[in-house]
Design a protein around this ligand. Sequence first.
Ligand SMILES: [Fe+2]
Length: 131
Amino acid sequence: MSPIKEFNVKANDDTDREHQVQLELLQKLCLALEAGATATTVHQIISDLIDYSEAHFMSEELLMRMKSYDDYEEHQDNHTHILEVLRDMASQNIAGEGALLKHKARDMLGFITQHIATRDKRLADHVRLGL
Ligand SMILES: [Fe+2]
């Protein structure tokens, strides 16, 4: 396999694993909120999720720039939106409004699942095909 092809395969494998971790953290957040976990526990999970998402989005955005990817701006807008919502949720949790977050967390799980199935899938195809 050529070095470029190897790089592309590895990039997609890494991204798949990162999506899995991101979804697991979000699922953990949903379950914690639904189980009435303490604000401290919820804060820890949201913080982990935000930190992980920031790092993951940064690597995806770097890959898009390296590939001169045509859907970069819209894709990045999605990432910005996700981080804004997660940061708002963290603030609401700290403000003692954790009870309001159950539906937001489920909505976010839906949004990110959709993002992975559409924009991230398109990017993975673009990388895999060396477009
Ligand atoms: Fe993405």
